[in-house]
Design a protein around this ligand. Structure first.
Ligand code: VGL
Ligand code: ZN
Length: 228
């Protein structure tokens, strides 16, 4: 072996540790560290630890540009959440992904007098998770909104999620996804009400309207949600 050559890592685990050490000593070398609060590797996900869970709300095609209920820059949450997923996975922290999963005649749809265009109809392409979201196979999928006559904006609303997280020993949750002023808001308020220490990943969520987003942020903060 040529002594001048850097020593090769023994195995994948060693390589991973080296990568991590490098990332931590040179956070600015990673473009994602420049995306602002909650978005960088030097951000709050460094603080994730056992007892935490990551909750990704409704990152589905219909809520992204080109979808049926498109949120401006909705897809911008994807790369940020992918970093959180990677970190959570490395730490063995539970990852939850909720999905809006409506029957075609859901009460929230305009043809039924509701507020929203027809969106996230179960089993359709629009209801699929964003194709670039890197959900691991062990992700806990929470299906909501699947009853025609009730809305379930919160991933905790009659889904059993709080019980499951308590069972897993989760004390603190980090929440991101879509939309900040609708399902993310409802999920964060319910998480706080269920006594989880609740963090909103501000860099990983987008509102339907800017005004709604501001109002939702204030409500979440008032309820004790920490905005990272
Ligand atoms: C949502 C509007 C209607 C959301 C769901 O996931 O935030 N928004 N249904
Ligand atoms: Zn919906």
């Amino acid at each position: 072996m040529n002594a001048k050559e850097p020593r090769q890592p023994k195995d994948d685990r060693e390589q991973e540790l080296l990568d991590e050490a490098l990332a931590e000593s040179f956070p600015a070398s990673d473009p994602a560290s420049l995306v602002g609060p909650g978005g960088g590797i030097s951000g709050a996900e460094e603080a994730m630890q056992p007892g935490d869970a990551l909750i990704i709300v409704d990152v589905q095609r219909d809520f992204c540009p080109g979808g049926a209920l498109p949120i401006e820059n909705g897809d911008a949450v994807v790369p940020v959440l992918n970093r959180w997923i990677e970190k959570a996975q490395r730490l063995g922290i539970p990852i939850v992904a909720s999905r809006d999963w409506h029957p075609g005649d859901h009460l929230s749809f305009k043809p039924r007098g509701g507020e929203w265009p027809v969106h996230c109809v179960a089993e359709t392409k629009g209801a699929e998770f964003h194709p670039d979201l890197k959900l691991p196979t062990e992700t806990l999928i929470v299906t909501k909104g699947d009853r025609a006559d009730r809305d379930q904006y919160s991933a905790f609303d009659a889904t059993g999620l709080a019980e499951e997280l308590h069972r897993l020993g989760v004390k603190r949750v980090f929440i991101g996804g879509l939309a900040e002023d609708v399902c993310v808001r409802a999920t964060a308020l319910d998480a706080a009400a269920a006594s989880f220490s609740t963090h909103l990943v501000a860099g990983a969520t987008k509102p339907v309207t800017a005004e709604g987003g501001k109002k939702a942020l204030a409500e979440m903060r008032n309820a004790g949600v920490v905005v990272d």
